[in-house]
Every structure is written in structure tokens, then in C-alpha cells.
Write a protein that binds this ligand. Structure first.
Ligand SMILES: CC(C)(COP(=O)(O)OP(=O)(O)OC[C@H]1O[C@@H](n2cnc3c(N)ncnc32)[C@H](O)[C@@H]1OP(=O)(O)O)[C@@H](O)C(=O)NCCC(=O)NCCS
Length: 182
């Protein structure tokens, strides 16, 4: 095998895009959604959430969703759920009804293959058609994949809550990002 000339950059190959399709989640997806969410909860860069979720808890969560707060899943050719995303209420006050918070989680084995972007583009489309004016999120600054995904979809940083969370004995900053939809 030919060796790389000194100083030449390493050739990195991006994994081929995952062949996934999107559909609305149903209560039958609760266990898969919990499994993928719990992978994120285990990783301190993904969320400040610390309590793992059960399928029953996610089922109850799915049942409470109305048409303004859809949950989608990304499924592979075998029908296995590989990721999920949702539009969430920002705050209960009526003046914030035009603002959607969102979540997007991809299972570990499928990350970096376009699933996150596929879901976020779809969530944005849904947010527009529902009539939201903007989408917002809070992320850990060290979540490189998340921040890259949001930036690439046009979200900008609007601030940082410093030492907002306290997890595993460490103060954690939280990055706030948003995009205006119209
Ligand atoms: C964050 C997450 C949803 C991104 O989804 P993904 O399928 O892995 O990302 P994609 O393959 O769609 O890539 C989206 C962009 O991020 C970039 N990216 C992906 N993984 C990356 C990484 N590890 N480091 C830096 N950039 C990365 C891609 O190159 C792509 O950039 P581009 O649009 O400029 O080409 C996913 O990694 C995940 O589920 N992480 C754990 C849960 C989590 O953190 N959720 C968000 C909570 S705020």
C-alpha cells in the first residue's frame, strides 16, 4: 500500500448517507424513542437530562402530543427506528405560542450519516406549515455534531447561559440558538 506523503492531509471518507425515511411517530415507537433518548442521556454532551426514560414514560409523552407538537421517527429499510425528532412547546405562556423548541436524536450507530439533518429539515418544514414564527434550542457547547447541524440549517447563536446546569459535579454552560422561519 502506498504511504501518505509527509505533510499530506489524511483522507477522510464520510460514511454513505443512511437510507432512511420519515414518518409520524406512534405509541408503538415509545420503546425505540426511549432507547435512543437514553443513549443521549448517558452522554453528558447531549443533554442536561439525567434520568433515563422508560418506554411507558415515552408512551405517556407521545399520547399528550397535539397537532402543534408532532413527533417524527426516521426508520431504516427494515422499519427499525434509528432516530426521532419533535417540535416542543417553548413555554406555556400564550405569547410564546409562535415559538417552537425542538429535539433531535439519532441512535449512536447511525450518527454522522445525515439522519439528523434529514429530521431537522423536516421539522422546519412542519414548523412553517403549522405557522410557527421561529424555532429555538438549547445545546451543550461541546456538542460538536449538534452545533454543526443547527448552524448548517441556518440557526444562529443568540447567547450562552453560563454555569446553567450542574451535572456530575461540574457547572455546564448552555448555548441558545434560534432561526426565524419567515
Ligand atoms: C446531534 C445529532 C442529532 C446530529 O445528527 P447526525 O445524524 O449525527 O448528523 P448529520 O449526519 O445529519 O450531520 C449534520 C451536520 O453535522 C456535521 N457533523 C456530524 N457529526 C459531527 C461531529 N461528530 N462533529 C462535527 N460535525 C459533525 C455533519 O458534517 C453535518 O454538517 P454539514 O451539514 O455542514 O454537512 C446526533 O449526533 C445525535 O443524536 N447526537 C446525540 C443526541 C444529541 O446530542 N441531540 C441533540 C441535543 S441538543
Amino acid at each position: 500500500m502506498a504511504s501518505r506523503p509527509e505533510g499530506a492531509p489524511a483522507v477522510t471518507t464520510r460514511p454513505s448517507p443512511a437510507p432512511l425515511s420519515l414518518r409520524d411517530a406512534t405509541v408503538r415507537d415509545a420503546a425505540a424513542i426511549a432507547r435512543i433518548l437514553n443513549q443521549g442521556i448517558e452522554e453528558s454532551a447531549s443533554t442536561l437530562e439525567i434520568e433515563p426514560k422508560t418506554a411507558a414514560e415515552r408512551e405517556a409523552w407521545l399520547i399528550t402530543r397535539g397537532p402543534r407538537h408532532p413527533v417524527i421517527v426516521a426508520v431504516d429499510a427494515q422499519g427499525k427506528v434509528q432516530g426521532w425528532g419533535s417540535l416542543n412547546p417553548f413555554k406555556p405562556r400564550q405569547v410564546y405560542d409562535h415559538v417552537a423548541d425542538f429535539s433531535v436524536y439519532v441512535c449512536r450507530e447511525m450518527r454522522g450519516r445525515g439522519a439528523g439533518k434529514l429530521m431537522l429539515v423536516d421539522l422546519e418544514k412542519r414548523a412553517r406549515s403549522i405557522g410557527y414564527h421561529k424555532m429555538v434550542l438549547a445545546a451543550m457547547p461541546e456538542n460538536a455534531a449538534g452545533v454543526r447541524l443547527y448552524t448548517s440549517c441556518g440557526f444562529g447563536v443568540v447567547g450562552t447561559y453560563r454555569e446553567q446546569g450542574f451535572r456530575d459535579g461540574v457547572w455546564r454552560d448552555v448555548l441558545l440558538m434560534e432561526t426565524i422561519l419567515d
